[in-house]
Design a protein around this ligand. Structure first.
Ligand code: ARG
Ligand code: ZN
Length: 871
C-alpha cells in the first residue's frame, strides 16, 4: 500500500537519546541499542519500531529482559503493546555486512580481506542496522561506540565529536563518538577499516577550530587534495553568503567505490562515491573536477539545509534537496562562470527532468504518495526542486532571500520542517505571500509558456501576451495555472536593451521580471521605440518550455546581438531546434538549416566569444532533448537528423575548426585554471566537427591526442570520437586506454561508458561482450551505471535497435540485478519509461520486455518503477 502525504501523523513515540554499541566484524556485527523513549501520542498506543533483516539476540525494557509474549516480531519490525510512558529499550541484534549487496544499512566495500565497513541509511537503511522509528521526524541525540580488531579496523568513525578511544583487555580497539546535534536516523553513519587520511585545520568565522579529514584507501589518498580545497571553499562560501558556520570539532569525508548514489550528507561524516571525490590531473577530466567541487559543496551545504533543519517526512525531500542543489548552483557559479553553470544546469533539466515530467514516471516536486521512497531521488525532486527555489530567491531579491533564509534557520533549527514552513518563513520575513508557489510543488508536468508581442506605433507601446498550459500527467488530469516569473528585455536593432516603463517596471529599467499568475495575461510597456527582438525568460527564469513563435531570422539576430550570455546560447539552441525539425520532416534544404549553420559558424571568427561558451553555441541540443520533438519517437531518426546538423555545420567550418583545434592544443599544458578548461572545451568541440568534415585527417590527430595529450579531458574526448566514428585507430586506442588504467576503477568506468554509447547497431554485441568481461561486476553500481545505464539511457541507435536486441540485453541484466541491488536495478529500469512514445515496432518489443520484467520483479523498488511505467 502506498504511503500518502495527507495521512501524515506525528510520531507516537519520541527518542531523546540513542546509545549505540557496535562489535564489528565483516561477517558478523553485533549492535546493542539503548533507546530512551518517551510517549508523544495517546496513552495505550503500542510502540512500533522498524527493523528489517535483523537477528534479534536479546531485548530488555528498563533493564528487564522481555518474554517472547511481550513483543511481536514480523518482517517489518518490532511491536511492544504494553509500554510505560517513558522507558529505556535495549535491543541486541546481529547482522552480516558481507552479504549486504543492496548497499543500504551496514555493508562491506571491497573484498572481505581488504575492504572496509560503512553504512548508508537514507532513506530507510537504519532499520537494517537496529530497531528504530525510522522516519525523519524522530530527532535524537546519539552516542556511538565502535569496537573492533585494530589490525583489521584501525580506523573507527561515527557522527559527531570524538569522545574517547582505547584498547580493551581482549586487545580490541574501541572508539566513542558523541553527536550533540539532534538528528533523524537517516543521518547516522559509521565507517570502520584500514583507511589513510588527509587532514587540514579550519577555523570558522565564529572562531571554532575544526579538523577536516578525508579518508580513502591507500591507493586513493593522494587524490583527495582537490576535494579538500573544494571543501574549504564551500565552508567559507556558506559563511559569507548564508552566515552558516560549521558546528562540530571535526568534519569527515570517506570515499568508497561501492555506493548507490553520488554521496551522502551524514552528520559530520559524509560518505562519497569515490568517483565524486577523487581527482588528479593525470586521470580526471575538467568535468570530473567540476563534479567533485559541486558534490563536496552539496553535501557540506546539507549540514544546514537537511541536517540542522531536516524534513518532516519523505514527501518533503525537495525541501532539503532542491534547496541544497540551488545553493550548490550558486556556489559553483561563483567559483567558475555564471553563464556556463546556468547552461549546464538547464541542459541537465532538459535532458533528465523534462522527459521525466513528460512520461509515465512524472510526479510533483513534492509527491503526494509513494510505495518505494528510494524511487523519488529524481531529477524532478532535485533539479526541478532547485528551479522552484531559484524562482523564490529571484522573487525576493538577494537581500530578501537572505532575510528569508535567516528566518527559516531561526525558526526551524533542530526541527523537521515542511515546504509550507519554508514558504511561510521566506514570505513572512519579507511580508510577501509566497503560498501561490505551493502549486509548483504539488503539480507535475512542464508548463508550456506561449508568448507573443505586439508593437503599437501610434501609442508607442509594446504589449507582451503570455499564456500558460500544462498537459495532464498520471493522476493529475486538470492543471492549475502557476506563478511564472518571466525575466525579459526588449532589444533595439543594435542589440541594446530599450528602457522599459510600465508593466512591473516603475522607473525605466533595461530588464524586468513580469509574473504571469493566471492562465493568461498581457503586460504593456509604454513610451518605447519599436523593439527589434524580445529576449524572454532570461537566465531561464522559470522551468517551462517557451514557444514565442520566433522565426529563424529573429533567433539569428539574438545569437548575434544578445548581451545576456545565457539567452544568447538559448537563441542558438532554439535556432538549432527549428533546423532539427526541418531535417526530421525530411526537408533537408530548408532555410532554417542554413541560417543555423551560417549564424553559429560565424561566431568562430569572433574572438570576443569566450571559448567554452563558443563550444556550447556551436553545439546543437543533445539527442535526449531533441527526442521529445519526435512523435512517435523513432530513436534512430532522431540520431540521424541531429547528425545531419552536425555534418552540415562541419562542412562549412571544417578548415577553420581544424586550424582552431591546432592553435588551442598547441599551448596545452593540462593546467586547471578556468581559461585552460575553457580552451579544452572548445578544442573538444572543434575536433568533433573536424572529425565529421575530414575523418581521415582528424582521426590521425585524435589518435595522437588520445595517447599523448597532457590531460584526461582531451584524451577521453579524442578516444570517444575515435570510437564513436568507427575510426580505424579506435580499437587499438581503446586497448591502450584499458591497459593504462587497468587498476583504476573510476577511469575504467569511462572506458565502459564510452563504448556503451557507440552509435552503431553493433554496439549491442559489444555491450554484451563487456557485460561478460571479467572486469564487469554487476555488484558495483558505478560499473552498472557506466555500462548498462549509459547504454540504455544514451545509445539511441543500439539500445533501440529495431530487432529488440538492446531491450533484451537490459531485460536480462535487470532480472539478475534486482536480486542483488534493488536501488541500482530500479534506477536502471527508469530508462525504459519512454516505451509508450516509441514508434510501433519498437514499442511492441519494449512493452513486452517491461511487462515480463514487471512480472518477474521481486523488489518493491523495481516493481514500483515498472508498475508506474506501464500504467
Ligand atoms: N541525500 C543524498 C544527497 O546528497 C542522496 C541520498 C540518496 N539515497 C537514496 N537511498 N536514494 O543527495
Ligand atoms: Zn542532497
Amino acid at each position: 500500500l502506498p504511503v500518502l502525504l495527507r495521512e501524515y501523523r506525528p510520531p507516537a513515540w519520541r527518542v531523546d537519546h540513542v546509545d549505540l554499541e557496535f562489535d564489528l566484524g565483516i561477517h558478523r556485527t553485533r549492535v546493542d541499542a539503548r533507546l530512551t523513549l518517551r510517549r508523544a501520542g495517546p496513552a495505550g498506543e503500542p510502540l512500533f519500531l522498524d527493523g528489517e533483516g535483523l537477528r534479534l539476540v536479546s531485548i530488555a525494557l528498563d533493564g528487564r529482559p522481555l518474554d517472547v509474549t511481550e513483543y511481536r516480531l514480523d518482517e517489518h519490525g518490532l511491536t511492544i503493546a504494553q509500554m510505560p510512558d517513558g522507558a529505556v529499550l535495549h535491543t541486541c541484534v546481529e547482522l552480516d555486512p558481507s552479504t549486504n549487496s543492496a548497499l543500504q544499512g551496514l555493508y562491506l566495500s571491497g573484498t572481505p580481506e581488504h575492504g572496509f565497513l560503512l553504512t548508508q541509511c537514507e532513506a530507510e537503511g537504519f532499520r537494517r542496522i537496529t530497531f528504530f522509528p525510522d522516519r525523519p521526524d524522530v530527532l535524537a541525540r546519539y552516542t556511538t561506540t565502535l569496537r573492533a580488531d585494530p589490525a583489521r579496523f584501525p580506523i573507527l568513525l561515527a557522527n559527531g565529536n570524538p569522545a574517547g578511544t582505547g584498547l580493551l583487555d581482549d586487545g580490541r580497539l574501541w572508539a566513542r563518538w558523541d553527536d550533540p546535534h539532534p538528528k533523524p536516523c537517516y543521518l547516522f553513519a559509521l565507517v570502520a577499516g584500514r583507511l589513510e587520511v588527509l587532514e587540514r585545520a579550519f577555523v570558522t568565522a565564529e572562531g571554532r577550530a575544526v579538523t577536516l579529514r578525508i579518508y580513502a584507501e591507500a591507493d586513493a589518498i593522494d587524490r583527495c587534495g582537490y576535494a579538500m580545497d573544494a571543501l574549504e571553499r564551500a565552508m567559507r562560501w556558506d559563511e559569507e553568503h548564508y552566515g552558516r558556520c560549521y558546528d562540530l570539532d571535526v568534519f569527515h569525508i570517506v570515499a568508497t567505490h561501492d555506493f548507490n548514489m553520488g554521496a551522502m550528507e551524514n552528520k559530520g561524516l559524509n560518505i562519497f562515491n569515490a568517483k565524486y571525490l577523487l581527482a588528479d590531473p593525470a586521470r580526471s577530466t575538467d568535468d570530473d573536477y567540476r563534479h567533485v567541487e559541486a558534490i563536496v559543496a552539496h553535501e557540506y551545504f546539507h549540514n544546514w539545509t537537511g541536517n540542522r533543519v531536516t524534513c518532516r517526512d519523505w514527501f518533503q525531500l525537495s525541501l532539503k534537496e532542491g534547496l541544497t542543489v540551488f545553493r550548490e548552483q550558486q556556489f559553483s557559479a561563483d567559483m567558475g562562470s555564471h553563464v556556463l553553470k546556468r547552461i549546464e544546469d538547464v541542459q541537465l533539466l532538459r535532458r533528465a527532468q523534462f522527459p521525466e515530467d513528460a512520461g509515465p514516471l512524472a510526479h510533483p516536486v513534492r509527491p503526494d504518495r509513494y510505495s518505494a521512497i528510494d524511487n523519488f531521488y529524481t531529477a524532478t525532486v532535485y533539479d526541478k526542486g532547485a528551479e522552484l527555489v531559484r524562482m523564490l530567491a529571484g522573487r525576493l531579491g538577494p537581500a530578501g532571500w537572505r532575510r528569508g533564509m535567516d528566518e527559516y534557520f531561526a525558526r526551524h533549527d533542530g526541527e523537521a520542517a515542511t515546504v509550507e514552513d519554508f514558504l511561510a518563513a521566506l514570505g513572512e520575513a519579507n511580508e510577501v505571500d509566497l503560498r501561490g508557489y505551493l502549486v509548483w510543488y504539488a503539480q507535475a508536468g512542464t508548463p508550456q509558456l506561449l508568448a507573443s508581442g505586439r508593437y503599437d506605433a501610434a501609442h508607442r507601446t509594446y504589449t507582451l501576451e503570455l499564456r500558460q498550459h500544462t498537459a495532464p500527467t498520471p493522476g493529475q488530469d486538470v492543471k492549475q495555472p502557476l506563478p511564472v516569473p518571466v525575466r525579459l528585455a526588449l532589444l533595439d536593432a543594435g542589440g541594446q536593451p530599450l528602457p522599459l516603463r510600465g508593466a512591473s517596471a516603475q522607473a525605466a529599467v533595461s530588464e524586468c521580471v513580469v509574473e504571469l499568475r493566471d492562465a493568461q495575461a498581457a503586460f504593456t510597456f509604454v513610451d518605447i521605440d519599436r523593439p527589434r527582438a524580445a529576449s524572454l525568460l532570461r537566465g531561464f527564469s522559470a522551468p517551462v518550455r517557451v514557444e514565442a513563435g520566433f522565426g529563424a531570422d529573429d533567433l539569428a539576430f539574438l545569437v548575434r546581438h544578445e548581451s545576456d550570455g545565457f539567452n544568447r546560447w538559448e537563441a542558438a539552441q532554439q535556432l538549432a531546434r527549428l533546423a532539427f525539425d526541418r531535417v526530421l520532416a525530411g526537408d533537408l534544404r530548408a532555410a532554417e538549416i542554413g541560417v543555423w549553420v551560417s549564424t553559429v559558424s560565424a561566431l568562430l571568427d569572433d574572438n570576443r566569444v569566450e571559448p567554452a561558451l563558443l563550444a556550447e553555441l556551436l553545439t546543437p541540443p543533445d539527442a535526449l532533448e531533441l527526442a521529445e520533438r519526435c512523435e512517435p519517437f523513432d530513436p534512430a531518426a532522431v540520431y540521424r537528423a541531429r547528425e545531419f546538423l552536425e555534418k552540415s555545420l562541419a562542412q562549412v567550418t571544417g578548415a577553420r575548426v581544424a586550424a582552431r583545434h591546432g592553435q588551442l592544443v598547441e599551448a596545452e599544458q593540462g593546467a586547471l585554471d578556468g581559461a585552460s578548461q575553457s580552451r579544452r572545451r572548445l578544442a573538444g568541440r572543434c575536433l568533433g566537427l573536424w572529425m565529421r568534415a575530414d575523418p581521415t585527417a582528424a582521426a590521425e590527430v585524435a589518435a595522437r591526442r588520445a595517447a599523448q595529450a597532457p590531460n584526461m579531458t582531451e584524451r577521453l574526448a579524442a578516444l570517444t570520437l575515435l570510437a564513436h566514428h568507427g575510426a580505424p585507430q579506435a580499437e587499438a586506442a581503446l586497448g591502450d586506454f584499458a591497459a593504462r588504467y587497468a587498476d583504476d576503477p573510476i577511469t575504467l568506468d569511462k572506458w565502459f561508458a564510452l563504448q556503451a554509447q557507440i552509435p552503431a547497431e553493433a554496439a549491442v554485441e559489444r555491450v554484451a561482450a563487456l557485460r561478460a568481461d571479467s572486469r564487469f561486476n554487476l555488484r558495483n553500481p558505478n560499473r552498472v551505471y557506466a555500462l548498462l545505464r549509459a547504454f540504455a539511457a544514451r545509445n539511441l541507435v543500439a539500445f533501440h535497435r529495431p530487432d529488440g536486441a538492446g531491450y533484451a540485453l537490459i531485460e536480462d541484466c535487470l532480472v539478475e540485478l534486482d536480486a542483488i541491488n534493488p536501488t541500482t536495478a530500479s534506477r536502471l529500469a527508469a530508462t525504459l519509461k519512454d516505451w509508450k512514445r516509441l514508434e510501433p515496432t519498437r514499442r511492441v518489443l519494449l512493452q513486452a520486455s517491461v511487462e515480463r520484467l514487471a512480472a518477474a520483479a521481486t523488489s518493491p523498488d523495481l516493481a514500483d518503477i515498472l508498475r508506474r511505467t506501464l500504467a
